[in-house]
Design a protein around this ligand. Sequence first.
Ligand code: EPZ
Length: 429
Amino acid sequence: MHGGERLQGEVMVPTAKNAVLPMLAAAILPEGEVTLCRCPAIRDVDAMVDILTTLGCSVAWEGEDIRIRNQGLSHWEMPDALSHQIRSSIFLLGPILAKMRRATVSYPGGCEIGLRPIDLHLKGLRALGVRIMDEGGRLYCDGRNMHAGDVYFDYPSVGATENVMMASAMLKGTTVIHNAAREPEIVDLQGFINAMGGCVIGAGTQVIEVRGVEALHGTSYTPIPDRIAAGTLLCAGAMTGGSITLENASFYDLLPVTEKLKEMGCRVWGEGEKVMLDAPQRLRSFSQLQTQPHPGFPTDMQSPMMAAACVAEGTSVVIENVFENRFGQVADLCRMGADIRVNGRMAVIQGVKEMHGARVRARDLRGGAALVLAGLAAQGDTLIDQIALIDRGYPHLEETISALGGRMERVQVHEHEQTEVHDVTAAAP
Ligand code: EPZ
């Protein structure tokens, strides 16, 4: 990609990856067909579609929509390879138990940003009467005595909250989730379950009540906009002195990000389903950014905001409280001229006037997005390896960036020194 262009124009924000993934899992719950509208064409969604198909569901893309028929659901064993292919397979545990009362999955394992334990998922399901035996990394779950119950999370885990919401949707009685996650995607999952005839209330607060119903029915549903994709695009505009308009964006869901961008000198405002940003010639640093569970600053926006801080005037401090290894992009940003010091969960960024292009490597999804942002702001050309990691969460990124006047394209790279061919679109590690 070639940096230095001022981004301007209007682009559409995709629907939220982190809303679509749990909804694909929940789509096995009802009697009847589910259509999820305007799904993002990203690798994580494709992986989830593969898993549902392997379990016996009939899943098909129809344009931008995904249609799921679960009548063929016949397996409760999640294949090992698929459990490892995508962490979100753990979201299927609750729905499979709700539907079949049995489930076998492997520990999804860690990823680039952390160990990603699932103890809270298992604690929540055990509170609903699920017996879980762990044998060599395979979890054998027996839900024949499942019942509604009280679940308390000592950390408001997004995935664990979603798993219990789905597991309890058809359990006789009322399940109460205490210290539930409050992310907008949780509220959207409540809306989806209720659109299928469920009775969930309280999502978005710390206490969610799931009143079990006999059965759920099919529905057609459009998930919320992707606030992380939207925030990433706002950062692209902010870092290039640009002026951009996002369509299909929720200003309210973006508040933590828009407040930070205003602190950096941007004008940001919303009108209906649009969010607009006008950037200053040069950003000011933000004093401190701490990632927290919602409604705190979203951890998924930490890397893109770090990239913005790299070119801002002044010193910014980033503290990553949610995941233990989410500074993977720092070394590559420094290769591009950034001045960042890391000490444990804190990174101190001394803004520089100019970054320069370099050959760098995406280490994780959001860290890779930060490198794209830095490449847009840097002078010269940047080559990003492992771009498949970015494809996990950003659909058609180069088309979106190009529509705003940025110069970004996929290239096949041939190393001169007789090493393997680095395909910029190489598969995830
Ligand atoms: C979801 O992951 C998102 N993924 C993540 O987005 C997001 O960063 C995260 O929520 C926080 O908002 C999807 O929705 C598919 P958590 P999840 O359970 O559910 C610890 C992206 O880039 N924890 O709230 O895994 C965990 O280790 C991805 O789009 C336990 O200790 O997040 C972490 O430190 C990355 N035990 C913290 O809680 C558990 O059983 C937050 O995890 C579960 C989690």
